[in-house]
Write a protein that binds this ligand. Structure first.
Ligand code: NIG
Ligand code: FE
Length: 412
């Protein structure tokens, strides 16, 4: 069906605009009761009260349900070999995330598995995740490389991500500096040389990534190394992002502001000055509460960020080590209960602000005429319900660019 209307929407909830919202506006969303949405050729043609909508011949009855924009997951590592369930025992025995990494496990064990995996295995596994994510209401996904740490495997991952982007709404990010590979452990700077001199030029010339990211963290990459990689990426025309201040306060958020990064992600330990710099620069805070949950750590200071006018987004961080779930509904539960965002702020965080964090706010992230018809119908009577229940899948029908060919979830 190329033209249709979704009718009998009990409540339509959406942020508005084509750039990230911060401060009070982040919590000011449009709410319409008894609404309808018109769709034609994958674009939204009408959003408003049902009684004002033109009559349509093809209708889909939402039967009083809640409708929001499709969720945008602005930070994932979903193309990887293997899983890391063996780390559960290590975690329970008290090993920390960085201890597991330093002993050659963690990211480095996924690097081995990803190097060993074929292109086809990675593609099939990635596509299955994206299908499941659609079934949970996520219509756009950023995916990072970073489990290759050598040119060949980074390119294999990026090709998988770019090929997935032909069938799904996917944004590719190059994260060659995700960890120092074992054979460079004595000279991390020479690995940075490799990323800057050999990997980045190929990634940029083959247009395999929109963004470059780096894991700026104690005993991973320091501020100087991060500045060097990201400046080189910018010079080649890539946008930049940073895994910043996740475990130790390193000034990564300040570096993000200095470089005009589109986002700084994690930010559990960021200081006030760096947050103020982010607000000034318009750098979006991509918060990853499911990672805090899984690593049993504290949560980012989202309320302070809202008060300081830093635009806040949330994402799953889906990866086999620190966040083995892609469920953005759970991320929204945590956004309310742990980050203390209001439902309206959390909705903006997982839609418009998340779209802005991957450069797509002009086409995605809100239900407005002219934008892509990425629409989530939830089996919920109102907005609070979506954030209040957890653990079950509340997605009822999901449209990605107007297409609802995904399986719909049975009723609760
Ligand atoms: O964002 N912190 C670094 N990268 C990921 C974890 C990746 C992994 O453990 O495999 C993160 O948490
Ligand atoms: Fe991450």
């Amino acid at each position: 069906m190329s033209e249709y209307q979704i009718i009998n929407i009990g409540l339509l909830a959406t942020p508005q605009g084509s750039s990230a919202l911060s401060g009070e506006p982040q919590g000011k969303i449009r709410l319409i009761k008894n609404a309808a949405i018109g769709v034609k050729n994958g674009k939204i043609t009408y959003v408003g009260e049902m009684e004002d909508a033109a009559r349509a011949s093809n209708v889909i009855d939402a039967a009083g349900r809640l409708v929001t924009p499709g969720l945008v997951d602005a930070h994932t590592h979903l193309v990887f070999g293997g899983f890391r369930q063996h780390e559960l025992g290590l975690k329970l025995a008290g090993a920390s995330y960085l201890e597991i990494l330093q002993s050659g496990g963690g990211i480095l064990s996924t690097v081995e598995a990803t190097r060993a995996a074929s292109y086809d295995e990675l593609y099939t596994k990635g596509a299955a995740f994206l299908d499941e994510m659609l079934n949970h209401g996520t219509t756009t996904v950023e995916i990072k490389s970073g489990y290759g740490l050598d040119l060949e495997t980074e390119l294999k991952q990026l090709r998988v991500i770019n090929d997935l982007a032909k069938s799904y709404n996917v944004v590719p990010t190059f994260l060659g500096a995700h960890a120092v590979p074992t054979d460079f452990s004595k000279s991390p700077d020479s690995f940075v040389d490799l990323v800057v001199n050999e990997m980045l030029p190929v990634v940029a010339s083959q247009k395999l990534a929109k963004y470059c990211d780096i894991f700026c963290e104690k005993s991973v990459f320091n501020i100087g190394q991060s500045r060097r990689v990201l400046k080189a990426a910018k010079a080649l025309g890539l946008g930049v992002k940073i895994h910043a201040d996740e475990i130790v306060s390193m000034g990564g958020a300040g570096l993000a502001a200095e470089l005009g990064a589109v986002s700084a992600d994690h930010l559990l330990e960021s200081g006030d000055e760096d947050l103020a710099a982010m607000a000034q620069a318009g750098t979006i805070a991509v918060l990853l509460p499911a990672t805090s949950f899984y690593l049993n750590k504290g949560y980012a200071r989202a309320r302070d960020m809202i008060n300081k006018n830093v635009p806040v987004a949330v994402a799953s961080d889906f990866n086999p080590g620190s966040s083995p779930s892609y469920n953005m509904q759970f991320v929204l539960n945590l956004a309310c209960l742990k980050l203390r965002l209001t439902p309206a702020e959390a909705l903006t965080a997982a839609t418009l602000n998340a779209a802005a964090a991957i450069g797509l706010a002009d086409t995605k992230g809100s239900l407005e005429v002219g934008k892509d018809a990425d629409i989530a119908v939830w089996d919920c009577p109102d907005l609070n319900f979506l954030f209040y229940r957890y653990g079950n899948n509340q997605a009822y029908k999901i449209f990605a660019q107007g297409d609802d060919s995904q399986r719909s979830t049975p009723l609760n």
